[in-house]
Design a protein around this ligand. Sequence first.
Ligand code: HEC
Length: 137
Amino acid sequence: MLAVAGAPAAAALSAQGAALSATSPRKGGNPEAAKLTSPTPDSPEGRAAGRRTYQRLCARCHGAEGKGDGGGAGAGGQPADFTDDTWLFGASAGEVFTVIRDGTSADMDSYAERISDTEMWNLAHYIRSLGPSAARP
Ligand code: HEC
C-alpha cells in the first residue's frame, strides 16, 4: 500500500479516510453514485490511459489481466475479478468511479488523494471494459 503522509483530516471520514457522501460506495450498489457521469467520455484513448494507471497502481492486487489474482491484498480481502459479471458495489461507471474515489476496505483504498478525477474515470472505463458488464449502462 502506498503511504499517504499527512492526509488531511476532515469531519466525516470513512474507514479508508475518504469523505463520506451520498455517492459513497455501498454493497449492492448505490443509485446516487450510478447517476454520476464522466466529464471525459469513455474513449479508446481514455481506456489506454486507464490501463497504464491500472498497471501502476492496481495490478498488484487485481492482477495484470484484472482477474483478481495479483496476490497483493494484505488485509485479508479478496480483490475483485473484473472479468466476471459480478460487481459487488454496482456495475455502472459512476459506481465503479466512487469505489476508486472513496475505497471500500483496508485493502481497497481511496485513491482520491493520489490521482486525478480524470484518471479515476479512465480507470473505471478501463476495468469495466475487461468483462461482460461493459455492455451495462
Ligand atoms: C492492496 C490491494 C488492492 C489494490 C492495490 C487495489 N484494490 Fe481494488 N479491491 C481490493 C479488494 C480486496 C477489493 C474487494 C473490496 C471489498 O470487498 O470491500 C477490491 C475491490 C475493488 C472494486 C469493486 C469491485 C466490485 O465488485 O464492485 C473496484 C472497482 C476496484 N477494487 C478497483 C481498483 C482500482 C481501479 C485500483 C487501482 C487504482 C485498485 N482497485 C487497487 C484490493 C485492492
